[in-house]
Design a protein around this ligand. Structure first.
Ligand SMILES: NC(=O)c1ccc[n+]([C@@H]2O[C@H](COP(=O)([O-])OP(=O)(O)OC[C@H]3O[C@@H](n4cnc5c(N)ncnc54)[C@H](OP(=O)(O)O)[C@@H]3O)[C@@H](O)[C@H]2O)c1
Length: 508
């Protein structure tokens, strides 16, 4: 990440500095699945359109469906149309991209179930180019991650140039994550394993690191002495119905907190790494997770949505959505957390995430303390500064500052947001924020693991999650109901109110 120069017209020089890569082979196991259609293939198309898939780079889809390459290309063309705005899809570029695609019917055998396409692996090997980077994206059900890694090895596809991209969820508790790590380690070395958390690929999340560590302004204030609290919200409007069986086993804590919210918390709380390099960054994140205290039972709120209305449409409750009336699984969780170290002692981190909430809204708010003494009259009004990192919608960063309300009247103070998205200063191109997946896949090809989770980090996150879940298991309390389309159960607001604080509004 290097800062751009400033041109004579005052705009930043935005010549894209993309590290070029050599032609590579990418195999998408699960090439016919939802993730491939909605995120991976559209992301690759955008990289192709920008000229970042060089020479005869090849993308191979693999799944059980007995398609030929032409049929997969036709399916992919439809997926691109559904996922991308029409102006991006000119006929010539689309046809050239589809030419890079081919498909191999391949059934990944799992223990006790043999493959019904035994010659699939030979066909796949024949498509790949020895000597190139070969990336294997495991976009299949989690119980196939281990068997797939073993099969890749068995078929001679785990050599030095091979990399595997492992989707979430990475295990469902510490024991299963350890087992999966051990299985993967039998076939691939740690520097070949890319555990994906797509939140880390978001432009704004990386900008957070640039803002923190590229400026002198924030870091001296980045501590308990000046920061009142941090709040992290990931609110979704969708219900749990789309992935009912999986979600009802996992719940919000395992589905969202253990990975996405934990990663965001780490980036806010970590010490400055010595370099922006994979192990330097991941070492610092790991220290944060290890310093995180398990929440006290009174600092955890679990909720489950009931039937309600969202955008004027009636939606069913959780039990009906997942086909399990009376299910004890939480679709919402709010937590108050403490990080036991010098920097953060006494500064709480409040986290909340839920489904069927009033707005799709993800953000981190770093709320600074109020000035210790006001030189202005009491009724002038003043506020604490807030740094808001918005992940969706409208990715961006703003900082609220207190200024004088303009006009000839008395000194009256107002809080205004200082927009740090800098679209104006960055000029053309700044508005096309790349999707997380396209950045992360290109990082895999470049061999850069900075934005991927290391095995020990995932295990530490599970260890903490298991202890937090154990805390509520003792209480045997059912999740508190909340209306679909709301901000979650009242108890989540009380979690903040009792400390004299409040959540920021969810805005659509
Ligand atoms: N969808 C998302 O938004 C999302 C988000 C985050 C993480 N993930 C993770 O990404 C992975 C894929 O999710 P998804 O939503 O795309 O699932 P999906 O729609 O169910 O797709 C699964 C894919 O795996 C293939 N498959 C199933 N069994 C197979 C076997 N034995 N051998 C080879 N291929 C097989 C399926 O095709 P055939 O039936 O033709 O074999 C299909 O292409 C999962 O681990 C999920 O947890 C998904």
């Amino acid at each position: 990440m290097r800062a751009g120069t400033v041109r004579p017209d005052g705009k930043a020089d935005m010549v894209a500095r993309v590290t070029p890569v050599d032609p590579f082979d990418l195999v998408i196991f699960g090439g016919t699945g939802d993730l491939a259609r909605r995120r991976i293939l559209p992301g690759l198309y955008r990289r192709f359109r920008d000229g970042h898939l060089p020479g005869d780079t090849r993308i191979v889809g693999a799944a059980r469906s007995r398609l030929d390459s032409a049929a997969w290309r036709a399916e992919t063309a439809r997926a691109l149309e559904a996922a991308l705005p029409a102006p991006l899809l000119d006929a010539e570029t689309r046809a050239a991209f589809l030419q890079r695609l081919s498909y191999v019917p391949l059934d990944v055998a799992s223990p006790g179930r043999p493959s019904d396409t035994p010659d699939g692996w030979a066909a796949l090997r024949a498509r790949l180019h020895p000597g190139r980077v070969q990336a294997f994206h495991l976009s299949v059900a989690p119980d196939l991650f281990g068997p797939l890694a073993a099969e890749l090895h068995r078929h001679g596809l785990a050599g030095d140039k091979a990399r595997i991209v492992v989707e979430k969820p990475f295990g469902h508790d510490l024991a299963s994550a350890r087992t999966l790590n051990r299985t993967l380690a039998r076939h691939f070395s740690e520097d070949q394993i890319y555990r994906i958390d797509h939140y880390l690929g978001k432009e704004t999340v990386q900008n957070l690191m640039a803002v923190r560590f590229g400026n002198m302004l924030f870091e001296p204030l980045w501590k308990n002495q000046y920061i009142d609290h941090v709040q992290i919200t990931v609110a979704e409007t969708v219900g749990a119905g789309g992935r009912a069986a999986y979600y009802d086993r996992a719940g919000a804590m395992r589905d969202m907190v253990q990975n996405h919210l934990m990663q965001l918390l780490c980036l806010i709380a970590m010490e400055p790494p010595s370099r922006y390099e994979p192990d330097a960054v991941r070492d610092e994140k790991l220290k944060v997770i290890r310093a995180l205290r398990p929440p006290a039972p009174g600092d955890i709120v679990r909720g489950q949505y009931r039937a309600g209305e969202l955008g004027g449409i009636a939606v069913p409750g959780y039990g009906e959505d997942v086909g399990a009336p009376g299910s004890p699984t939480e679709s919402f969780v709010a937590l108050k957390l403490h990080i036991a170290n010098w920097r953060w002692n006494g500064t709480p981190f409040y986290l909340r995430t839920g489904k069927r909430m009033g707005a799709r809204h993800s953000e981190i708010v770093v709320r600074f303390k109020e000035p210790p003494h006001s030189i202005f009259e009491e009724d002038t009004g003043k506020g604490a500064n807030e740094l808001r990192i918005r992940l969706q919608p409208n990715e961006g960063i703003d900082l609220s500052v207190t200024i004088k309300a303009p006009g000839p009247g008395a000194m009256r103070l107002i809080n205004v947001p200082l927009d740090m998205t800098f679209a104006e200063a960055l000029g053309a191109g700044a508005e096309t924020v790349p999707d997380a997946y396209e950045r992360l896949i290109m990082d895999v090809i470049r061999g850069n693991q900075t934005l991927f989770m290391r095995g020990d980090e995932v295990e530490a996150a599970w260890s903490w999650t298991d202890s937090a879940r154990a805390a509520w298991a003792k209480g045997r309390q059912s999740p508190a109901p909340y209306d679909a389309g709301s901000t979650g159960p009242d108890a989540a607001s009380i979690l903040m109110h009792r400390d004299g604080r409040r959540w920021r509004e969810l805005s659509p």
